[in-house]
Design a protein around this ligand. Structure first.
Ligand code: SF4
Length: 332
């Protein structure tokens, strides 16, 4: 599906939106972050249902351009979380590398026995040793460091073959469990999910979200399991852009010429024919470090220093971003 031409993707996505809308008798809304993915989603949905509502959460670390852009739309409910970005970082930790990896690191550093096992270098021991001592090792350690699941653990105990899961901390990031600051993935829950879930419960609106499978392994797995419209999930959710790629989003913007947030700049064609924004490649919270280690220079933090020096100053002076960037090796 990811290889389909854009026209076909548009038709299928709009069909999924219609199915979702009809299933819930119109009690649905678009989750709108002001970024390009949800801008495209909102446009596709409102071409069918012009008065469809949207919901935006101001995470308290939004770019001002995003807030103005969101306010330029009609029928958007603006929510605020109970807490702030600063408080979440201070209480829980920094969002670094990726959602999955920061969650594993959080588990490693807080779940009983995991750090002791790390200090004893248990992840470096042989498969035979692990098999013999399996029941003495905290399962969270086996999961986060070596990618064991309940099923692969049974298979390992029978055959001695180590699991080859990508759902664990890759070797290059093992050292982060010793970071001199807290690492966590809770920001998304407290700053986005909790307010949106509350809105969804109170209004009974079922959400349409602009996430794509290409963004992470976890999203890909969930999509493969549930499809675009997860009617039977604990929290029913529609993700009708799941099979789109970033290139499709750029192509759609180019084709339709719909307005998008000024932070992204223009759409430019690279020598290899791929499209790219001339400004920020992604938005979200101004201090979000997910994927920042992949950014070409100037990376998003270096750009922040140029475009929004007051936010940059705040992150480095009040939230000690220098320590985090130095430890991970993110230039700033
Ligand atoms: S954009 Fe990044 S920092 Fe903000 S809530 Fe989402 S994951 Fe956390």
């Amino acid at each position: 599906m990811q290889a389909w031409p854009l026209e076909r993707k548009i038709r299928v996505t709009q069909t999924r939106i219609i199915e979702w809308y009809l299933h819930y008798n119109g009690k649905v809304a678009v989750s709108f972050s002001g970024g390009v993915d949800s801008t495209v989603l909102l446009d596709l949905a409102r071409r069918i249902y012009p008065h469809l509502g949207a919901v935006f959460v101001n995470t308290t670390m939004e770019f001002p351009e995003i807030i103005s852009f969101v306010k330029s739309f009609e029928n958007v409910t603006i929510l605020r979380p109970k807490t702030t970005y600063t408080k979440v970082i201070q209480d829980y930790g920094y969002p670094v590398i990726s959602k999955e990896i920061s969650n594993y690191i959080y588990r490693m550093t807080t779940y009983e026995g995991c750090m002791e096992a790390y200090d004893n270098q248990i992840h470096l021991k042989s498969a035979e040793w692990l098999r013999e001592n399996f029941s003495d090792i905290p399962f969270s350690f086996l999961k986060c460091m070596l990618g064991f699941s309940k099923e692969t653990a049974d298979r390992f105990l029978q055959t001695g073959i180590m699991p080859k899961s990508k759902f664990c901390i890759p070797k290059q990031w093992h050292y982060l469990v010793k970071a001199p600051f807290k690492i966590n993935d809770r920001c998304c829950y407290h700053l986005k999910k909790a307010p949106v879930n509350k809105y969804s419960r109170e209004t009974d609106n079922k959400l349409i979200v602009g996430t794509m499978a290409e963004e992470s392994l976890l999203r890909r797995q969930i999509w493969l399991k549930q499809g675009c419209n997860a009617f039977n999930a604990t929290e029913p959710k529609s993700t009708p852009l799941s099979f789109w790629t970033t290139q499709d989003i750029l192509q759609y913007l180019k084709l339709t010429k719909i307005p998008y947030c000024s932070l992204y700049g223009d759409i430019i064609t690279m020598p290899d024919g791929k499209l790219k924004f001339s400004g920020y490649q992604r938005t979200g919270c101004a201090g979000c470090l997910y994927g920042c280690h992949f950014d070409e220079e100037p990376n998003r933090i270096q750009m922040l220093n140029i475009t929004h020096p007051a936010i940059y100053k705040y992150l480095f002076e009040k939230l000690d971003y220098g320590t985090v960037c130095d430890f991970i090796g993110i230039p700033y």
